[in-house]
Design a protein around this ligand. Structure first.
Ligand code: ADP
Length: 645
């Protein structure tokens, strides 16, 4: 859900390329270091004996400087430097060497002075050598000390730069803007390419969103009557239903500055950054009022602050949330800033965030119905080159439960498939293939499966098909295939009807249909395999949902241990006693085993059809509804209703 809105007001600086970078400091530092090293290497270390014999007694020494009471630096008279014995040190790095020429480790000052005194006993007063004492910082040692500190500093800067970049460029990309908001701004002059025309369906949501735009453009209409304009509007709905798209359309239509960012952009590793970004965002928005702020995936910061969190969780996130609440309270109702937020987890949001005066307006975006899916297909087919045989109505009816994002994906996949086949236009078959691919994953015909395994898979799928054909509450079967696709080795494809509620008998029939594969294996081969893992996982989950959540079990009665806030489980663990846990387990177990027996009984009754279908599958790999009807007979629901056991 990337927001690729164009940036409207990126500041343009004439000196864009110039950045006083740390690399210059590093360079200077290195030069300094090398010069120090060079002068040190030109000072030769000698022993007392050598010094006394070759220099001191020869009257070559001009002066001695004792450094830090440890080292004596010896300066040779310039006129004596031409002597061959000084050839080695007479030339410096930059012209003649002005000294110090030699260095001598003196041990202790007293002994050094005594030794000097002894040698100079016979010297005339003018010849006596001048000694000076100096305290000097040893740069080399200091540098070696400083090096790790410097490296740490460099590491710190590089890290900050990296983090800045994570904040998607924009204003957060430099160390000094770290606490600044990373929101992208679309200014009112820049026309966003997305308008309400690109948003299909969602009629009610569009009406509400348009009202928000009206609040900003004509506030007087509302304030005249004393109404308060809402501050926060929350777009709630499953992933892919067009929340971000809707917000982008608002940006396109509102003609006011639009700040957009994702909730996770507030959350950084460092304490206080999130809160400071929230402050900055609101400050900017207020300066540009009337304006809209859009926070995508607000659950990244708006998660409920439960008690447990105080022990373990992210304090930084809570600070950010508190700041957001404070800002929402802080600006008056008529300042002309409206905050839009999107989430698919409204249930886990902090209640304080949804309180009146904050995000008190909720716009629900739901999965599209058939008519809306048709419209969404229409929007995404607009830029495609379509063949005449494409029937949008059929496509829409074959994609129940699909979100807008799924449909966009199918359209794109269909275009890719058609292009791969070098077609001029995209045809209905391409859309059907794209749909299967989006639902089931990529076909993997090259996967090697032994004939024996293939036989098991064919009977397994035939078992699903037969069970779902004869249990009246299972969705209609469209096709059965034993071509490996994605992770699965075979599949039965259904056409789910759109229900808002599921009855108990439908639940049980669905469980039986899921168990059809395993039951067929047992019936035909007298042995079961691992192939039913996926089915069994679904069955077990469904059974637990039925018993513990939906209150559909007679023994347990109308009780639900579902916790929409998710807090109880974290606080107390399971919200029921040991005995209840045992009862739930027993009821789930009973439910599944009786369903399994029921399915096996049904398959036994229709064993001939089961085997016929399996043979056909082995021959054709994919069997469609027509062939299914030839083998299993027409699916007569009334008849099934009377004869269902
Ligand atoms: P959400 O934010 O709700 O998870 P998005 O807004 O990111 O979903 O939707 C993803 C994509 O799905 C959009 O870019 C768009 O192509 C497509 N889409 C979703 N809903 C619609 C719709 N109602 N009309 C047209 N396209 C849609």
């Amino acid at each position: 859900m990337k927001n690729n809105m164009s940036e409207g007001n990126k500041p343009k600086t004439p000196f864009k390329g110039y950045k006083p970078s740390w690399s210059y400091f590093l360079f200077l530092f290195l030069i300094f270091f090398l010069i120090s090293l060079a002068s040190i290497f030109k000072t030769k270390e000698i022993s007392w004996l050598e010094f006394e014999r070759n220099m001191l007694s020869q009257h070559d020494v001009e002066k001695i400087v004792v450094i830090n009471k440890e080292i004596a630096e010896i300066y040779i008279k310039s006129e004596r430097l031409s002597d061959t014995k000084y050839k080695e040190i007479s030339e410096g790095l930059f012209g003649s060497n002005t000294g110090p020429h030699y260095a001598l480790n003196i041990g202790s000052i007293e002994s050094f002075e005594n030794k000097l005194e002894l040698v100079q006993q016979d010297f005339s007063p003018e010849e006596k050598i001048e000694i000076r004492y100096l305290n000097r910082t040893n740069w080399i040692t200091t540098l070696f000390w400083l090096l790790p500190v410097g490296l740490l500093f460099l590491f710190w800067i590089v890290m900050f730069r990296g983090i800045g970049k994570v904040g998607k460029g924009g204003m957060g990309s430099s160390i000094f803007n770290f606490g600044k908001s990373t929101a992208k701004l679309i200014s009112k002059d820049v026309k966003s390419s997305i308008t309400f025309n690109d948003v299909a369906g969602l009629k009610e949501a569009k009406v509400e969103v348009k009202e928000i735009i009206d609040f900003l453009n004509n506030p007087e209409t509302y304030t005249k009557l004393g109404a308060k304009i809402p501050k926060g509007v929350m777009l709630v709905g499953p992933p892919g239903t067009g929340k971000t798209l809707m917000a982008r359309a608002v940006a396109g239509e509102a003609k006011v500055p639009f700040f957009s960012l994702s909730g996770s952009e507030f959350v950084e590793m460092f304490v206080g950054v999130g809160a400071s970004r929230v402050r900055d965002l609101f400050k900017q928005a207020k300066e540009k009022a009337p304006s809209i702020i859009f926070i995508d995936e607000i659950d990244a910061i708006g998660r409920s602050r439960s008690k447990v969190n105080s022990f373990q969780a992210n304090d930084e996130r809570e600070n950010t949330l508190n700041q957001l609440l404070a800002e929402l309270d802080g600006f008056g109702t008529n300042t002309g800033v409206i905050v839009l937020a999107a989430t698919n987890r409204a249930d886990i949001l902090d209640k304080a965030l949804l309180r009146p005066g904050r995000f008190d307006r909720h716009i629900y975006l739901e999965l599209p119905n058939k008519q809306e899916r048709e419209e969404i297909f229409g929007v995404h087919m607009r830029p495609l080159k379509m063949s005449d045989d494409v029937d949008v109505k059929i496509l829409a009816s074959l994609s129940p439960g699909f979100s807008g994002a799924d449909i966009a994906n199918i359209c794109n996949e269909a275009a890719l498939i058609a292009a791969r086949k070098k077609k001029k236009n995209i045809e209905q078959v391409d859309f059907m293939q794209a749909r299967d691919r989006v639902v089931g994953g990529l076909e993997r015909k090259s996967k090697i499966i032994s004939p024996k395994e293939k036989k098991i898979i064919a009977h397994h799928e035939a078992g699903h098909a037969v069970a779902s054909w004869y249990f009246k509450n299972v969705d209609p079967l469209v096709k059965v295939s034993i071509i490996p696709r994605g992770k699965s080795l075979g599949a039965a494809w259904y056409l789910p009807e759109e229900h808002q509620i599921i009855t108990k008998s439908k639940f049980i029939d669905q469980i039986c249909a899921l168990l059809g594969g395993r039951a067929a294996e047992e019936l035909i081969f007298n042995e079961v395999s691992t192939g039913a893992l996926d089915d069994l996982e679904k069955v077990t989950k469904q059974a637990y949902n039925m018993v513990a959540y939906y209150g559909l079990d007679e023994e347990i009665g109308p009780m639900s241990f579902y916790d929409s806030t998710g807090e109880n489980e974290r606080l107390f663990g399971k919200p029921y006693s040991e005995n209840m846990a045992k009862l739930i387990d027993k009821e789930v177990h009973d439910l599944i085993t009786t369903s399994y027996q029921r399915t096996k009984k049904l398959l036994l009754k229709h064993r001939v059809e089961l085997e016929k279908l399996a043979q056909l599958l082995l021959k054709k790999e994919v069997v469609y509804k027509d062939d299914l009807e030839k083998i299993l007979g027409k699916r007569n629901l009334e008849f099934l209703m009377e004869n269902n056991d």
